[in-house]
Write a protein that binds this ligand. Structure first.
Ligand code: PMV
Length: 350
């Protein structure tokens, strides 16, 4: 059931001061993230309120850095990776509408300078880190001093998965119940796994034909298989929590892979069918299953695209780099978890 009662602008306005002030320059970084238990389906589309809770791992230094400064030309200027974009381009118009939620009618022409350090070859979506970095930069630029939970809820309005990119490490996004969505935000989990690795397998970097927003809508509206998704996601989330508290890499990997395949099953059962895989995606899956048969602990997850993200432990890194040429390896917990909160518990996965 999709009820669009609340408007983003009304929700945001409640957190803004009567008169906005600004600083000269703001800059923020947010990491990209990979969901181990996926967000798939909205219960309310205006605010991106999800049908289920989800859990992800942030990709440390891979993500988006966004700067905001006043524009000297009197017009907004949106830059992506050093290139000035036409304001009517899809990227620039999304950025400008998001910034408009905060500056409302006041005229604050801005330069919004966005840089992704996600290797283009990795085929990773950058909307999660992009909206999270933009939200963090807006918070600084307008001196809003909002708590992370509110920033996470605001980032969610740009792109659901952006709610999780406000934090590093393992992150959970609770679906929430409130109509205004302010209890639908992410929070970081107190667990660090220094030996966890995420490997990015590039199958294709071409823009996808159906974006995740339309893909979710089509699945929710046309796939009867989708009815089983919320219960499966809730169960998988529980199992991932258990894997994290027991330090069981095998359970974490197996549940993440099963969760991704279940999500893809709902997509395939949509009409018209939604198949993000390409022949090489299946080749990579089969290789992973063969490696597992041979005793190498490697699992994968996939989002709304053809690329695979491998989950493995440090001890198998060299072998997997040989098996998958061009594998981009990310260490989510760099330098024994320095990106995580100081209270995080180091749990070596087994
Ligand atoms: O945040 P969106 O609208 O790009 O949707 C993300 C959907 C998935 O990547 C498939 C799953 C997830 O939880 O990130």
């Amino acid at each position: 059931m999709l009820i669009d009662n609340f408007k983003k602008s009304d929700v945001v306005a409640r957190y803004l001061p009567k008169k906005l002030v600004s600083i000269d320059h703001a800059e923020a970084f947010a990491p990209s993230n990979i969901a181990l238990c996926k967000y798939w389906g909205k219960r309310q589309s205006e605010l991106n309120l999800p049908v289920n809770s989800s859990l992800s791992i942030s990709l440390a230094h891979l993500g988006t850095r966004t700067q905001i400064r006043p524009s000297q030309t009197g017009e907004d200027q949106v830059m992506l990776n050093g290139q000035l974009l036409p304001v009517e381009s899809p990227f620039a118009s999304k950025v400008i509408s998001f910034v408009d939620l905060f500056r409302r009618e006041s005229s604050y022409p801005l330069v919004i300078d966005t840089r992704n350090n996600i290797p283009t070859a990795a085929g990773l979506a950058s909307s999660a880190s992009g909206f999270a970095a933009l939200t963090l930069a807006i918070n600084q630029y307008f001196k809003l001093q909002l708590p992370d939970s509110v920033l996470s809820a605001f980032a969610r309005m740009g792109s659901g998965s952006a709610s999780r990119s406000i934090y590093t490490g393992f992150v959970e996004w609770r679906m929430g119940r409130q109509e205004d969505g302010m209890d639908s935000h992410a929070f970081p989990l107190d667990v660090i796994w220094p030996d966890l690795r995420v490997g990015l397998v590039k199958v294709s970097t071409a823009a996808k034909a159906v974006d995740s927003r339309s893909g979710m809508k089509r699945t929710v509206e046309t796939a009867s298989l989708y009815q089983s998704w919320p219960a499966q996601a809730a169960q998988d989330l529980e199992k991932i929590h258990q894997a994290l508290s027991e330090g069981s890499f095998s359970q974490l990997g197996a549940v993440a892979e099963h969760n991704a395949m279940s999500m893809h099953a709902t997509m395939i059962a949509s009409w018209p069918p939604l198949l993000y895989w390409q022949p090489d995606s299946v080749v990579a899956m089969q290789k992973i299953w063969a490696l597992r048969e041979a005793g190498v602990e490697v699992y994968f997850t996939m989002d709304a695209g053809p690329n695979l993200k491998l989950l493995f432990q440090e001890k198998n890194q060299t072998l997997l780099e040989t098996e998958f040429s061009g594998l981009e390896v990310v260490t989510p917990f760099v330098e024994s978890g320095s990106l995580s909160t100081s209270t995080a518990t180091v749990k070596k996965s087994s």
